[in-house]
Ligand binder design. Structure first.
Ligand code: SF4
Length: 119
């Protein structure tokens, strides 16, 4: 498994950021209600450091006024769930989902966050 260096991560993020062009309507939606950040259009997250705490799921759920999930956000048994042969996916009730994977070449789990733009 190739390791992502901080430099590579930031270079990729910068390249991705340069390609991001939002319409005024998208900017209005993106700024949301993050108190203290009226011009904010997003959050940069280094997922190479993700520990699978699911706090982002809870925060997203709260910010978007979504219903409480069937299992609480501190329940890590959700990482073992398989639905129709797949890990958990985003839905109209969960805009942010983190899944755990266990690569064969390491003992360390790998976490992957999926967000609403991938619905
Ligand atoms: S689960 Fe979410 S909040 Fe927790 S470390 Fe990973 S990205 Fe950050």
């Amino acid at each position: 498994m190739s390791k992502i260096t901080r430099r590579r991560f930031l270079a990729g993020s910068a390249a991705g950021g340069a390609a991001l062009v939002l319409t005024p309507a998208q900017k209005a939606l993106a700024s949301g209600s993050f108190e203290g950040f009226p011009e904010g259009m997003g959050v940069l997250v280094d997922l190479t450091r993700c520990v699978g705490c699911r706090t982002c799921e809870a925060a997203c759920n709260n910010e978007q006024n979504l219903p409480e999930p069937a299992k609480p956000f501190d329940d890590t048994s959700v990482y073992d769930e398989i639905h129709h042969g797949q890990k958990r996916r985003t839905s109209d009730k969960a805009y942010t989902i983190v899944n755990r994977y266990e690569p064969k070449d390491t003992d360390e789990p790998l976490y992957r966050k999926v967000q609403c733009n991938q619905l």
